[in-house]
Structures are given as C-alpha cells and as structure tokens.
Design a protein around this ligand. Structure first.
Ligand SMILES: [Zn+2]
Length: 96
C-alpha cells in the first residue's frame, strides 16, 4: 500500500458484489489481500478472477454456481463453453 500513512485502524476486508450473467442473482466476492496478482491487473480483473471460486467465468459471462452447473452439464468436460453455448443453454433454462 502506498500514498496513505496509517497510524491506527486497518482495512479489514474488501467485498465486491457481482451479478450472474445467467440468472441475474447477485453474490459477494471477497478479495484476498495475500493473493499475488499480475502487476497489470485492475481491481476489476481481480474481482472477475475471484468470482471463479464461487461459480465460473465462461463464454465471456460471470456465472453463479447454479448457472455454472447448467452450463457444465451442456458442454464437454474438457473445455469451457463458448459465449454462444452459454447463452443458448441459459436461455433454454429460462424458457422452462
Ligand atoms: Zn446464475
């Protein structure tokens, strides 16, 4: 940390609020100060990366755990879904 001189108190935690690109559910992502991140990452990059631990990032969508399960069930296990596959699977689900 630079730019601030702290004489008391501390930053306890940083939590980002993320919205699932499939169902719109919002969930919290806790950032971990101890993680070593690439120097050129923005805070947004870090949040997206941390969202993977609670769901996934596939086909340019941040997905909650439930939507990740639906997408994973619809594509081969050895790869992530493409954007078109994610959108097709989740639009089929929402039409039910
Ligand atoms: Zn979802």
């Amino acid at each position: 940390m630079s730019g601030y001189k702290i004489v008391s108190g501390s930053v306890d935690s940083i939590t980002a609020r993320v919205m699932c690109g499939g169902c719109g559910q919002r969930f919290n992502v806790d950032l971990d100060e101890a993680r070593k991140l690439p120097r050129d990452w923005s805070l947004w990059d870090e949040v997206v990366d941390c969202a993977r631990s609670l769901g996934s990032v596939q086909g340019e969508h941040i997905l909650c755990r439930e939507c990740t399960s639906k997408v994973d069930a619809g594509v081969p296990e050895d790869r992530n879904a493409t954007r078109a596959e994610v959108e097709a699977i989740l639009s089929r689900e929402s039409a039910r």
